[in-house]
Design a protein around this ligand. Structure first.
Ligand code: UDP
Length: 475
């Protein structure tokens, strides 16, 4: 710590709450446990309202968020461009302001998040090391790094393959579970995604939000150089929001206080997830028929792609939808004693950590996944976009903390009977009990991993020692 106390790190964050949150968690971790000074350089957009008011994560005094001027990409693409294209372009147009922010105060290292890898070369201009922060798991990181090689191997679309896609040192990925950009090679976001995979090896290392006990085999393969990644990987997780239910302020927490322990299932689909109308109807019926208590974060269905709200659904407590006419008739009345609906945005980590919550119907965004595990809560894995299908496969098939609906594998609507059965199995069944047990074990092992002397703690120390030595910083 005495050495790292003299370090200053700049971390670049791409737009969207799902990206800012893990960057802030990493920053707070560096500041709190290693006394590192951190400047978060935040790429902002012209389309979304300010999100900082939603962050609600107290910043450590050594952490400073610097908002870069809004990145206008309207002259480069139209608004229908896919999310990865939009994010990468926003970072691209922000490169000059990133450079000038770093000139004002030269850091000892530059960390970039997944969609900001084009900023990696800026580090060389300042003669400092650079690292990529992938706020997700090791398995996805391996696929990403291997994608440029897969691109050479396959002459056809991956989705036309019948066999799982092999990645050295890891579990194979079923074609239908691949990340969104790999599903359509003709779209620009596939090129942008490949570029990320190509940029990664030019960095000095990768930080991932995972830990040894969660993905022992993949991380072992990384450590023994048996995998696709031949640069250093630092598992520093689980970095997750610490949130205690605030019993004074919220009507929701007061409602949870009145429910028995582990009796409530939370249904929520991340910062951008929106379900189609048909699926909303089935989920409403499924929850009602299960006769379980629930909290459901509802959003008005849209006809567009499921991730199109990623940059827009940030209005939090504002914009309460007073007339959720997209729910089945009479649903609100029939479920008023067992259900609590929240419109648009809820304090998710806080809800998950409440003792009354015993299950989570989740889109399996990595932050949400870790928040669930950190609260010892098993999941129903309901992936929607990005790398969430891989996350769902990992949780259901390898880690053993989730059930996964069958229909989702074929992109059909999940019917009310299946939802009813799954929610019951998760909350009352033997299988749910086993998954809960595993989630509780991992909660413990995640906490151990972060403690002084734990594997993730040591991993961060190794990284900081390297940065200090490159910069000739001594205590
Ligand atoms: N989140 C929240 N309230 C909501 C929806 C999301 O607090 O109503 C938080 C959630 O706790 C998590 C983050 O937003 O920390 C979402 O990140 P994740 O990686 O799960 O999914 P993404 O939004 O990137 O798809």
């Amino acid at each position: 710590n005495s050495t790292s106390a003299n370090l200053h790190v700049a971390i670049l964050s791409s737009p969207g709450m799902g990206h800012l949150i893990p960057v802030v968690l990493l920053s707070n971790r560096l500041a709190t446990h290693h006394c590192v000074t951190v400047t978060v350089l935040r790429v902002t957009t012209t389309v979304s309202p300010p999100e900082s008011n939603l962050l609600k994560i107290p910043l450590h005094p050594l952490v400073n968020i610097l908002e870069l001027p809004p990145a206008d990409i309207s002259h480069l693409v139209d608004s229908s461009a896919k999310i990865v294209t939009q994010l990468c372009l926003m970072v691209r147009v922000s490169l000059p302001s990133i450079r000038s922010a770093m000139t004002n105060r030269r850091p000892h290292a530059l960390f970039v998040d997944l969609f900001s890898t084009e900023a990696l070369p800026i580090a060389a201009e300042f003669n400092i090391p650079n690292y990529v922060y992938v706020p997700s798991n090791a398995w996805f990181t391996a696929l990403l790094a291997y994608s440029p090689i897969l691109h050479q191997q396959f002459s056809e679309e991956y989705v036309n393959q019948t066999d799982p896609i092999r990645i050295p040192g890891c579990k194979p990925v079923r074609p239908e579970d691949l990340v969104d950009p790999m599903l359509d090679q003709k779209d620009q976001q596939y090129d942008e995604y490949l570029k990320i995979g190509e940029n990664i090896p030019s960095s000095d290392g990768i930080l991932i939000n995972s830990w040894v006990d969660l993905e022992p085999e993949t991380l072992q393969a990384f450590a023994e150089n048996r995998s696709v990644i031949n640069i250093l990987v630092y598992p520093v997780g689980p970095l997750v929001r610490e949130s205690k239910p605030d019993h004074r302020s919220s009507e929701l927490v007061q409602w949870l206080d009145r429910q028995p322990d582990e009796s409530v299932v939370l249904a929520s689909f991340g910062s951008g997830g929106v379900l189609p109308q048909k699926q909303m109807t089935e989920l409403a019926w499924g929850l009602e028929l299960s006769r379980q208590r629930f909290v459901w974060v509802v959003r008005r269905p849209t006809g567009g792609p499921v991730d199109n709200a990623f940059l827009r659904v940030t209005n939090g407590g504002e914009g309460e939808d007073s007339k959720p006419d997209y729910l089945p008739e009479g649903f609100l009345t029939r479920t008023k004693d067992v259900g609590f609906l929240v419109s648009n945005w809820a304090p998710q980590a806080e809800i998950l950590s409440h003792p009354a919550v015993g299950g989570f119907v989740s889109h399996c965004g990595w932050n949400s996944t870790l928040e669930s595990i950190a609260s010892g809560v098993p999941l129903i894995a309901w992936p929607l976009y990005a790398e969430q299908r891989m996350n769902a496969a990992l949780l259901a098939e390898e880690v053993g903390v989730a059930l996964r609906p069958r229909a989702l594998a074929t992109s059909e609507v999940v019917g009310r009977e299946e939802i009813e059965a799954m929610v019951k199995a998760l909350m009352e069944g033997e299988e749910g009990g086993r998954l809960r047990e595993k989630a509780k074990q991992l909660k413990k092992s995640g906490a151990e991993s972060l403690k002084h002397g734990g594997p993730s703690y040591i991993s961060m120390c190794d990284l900081l020692a390297k940065i200090a030595s490159i910069n000739n910083v001594i205590s």
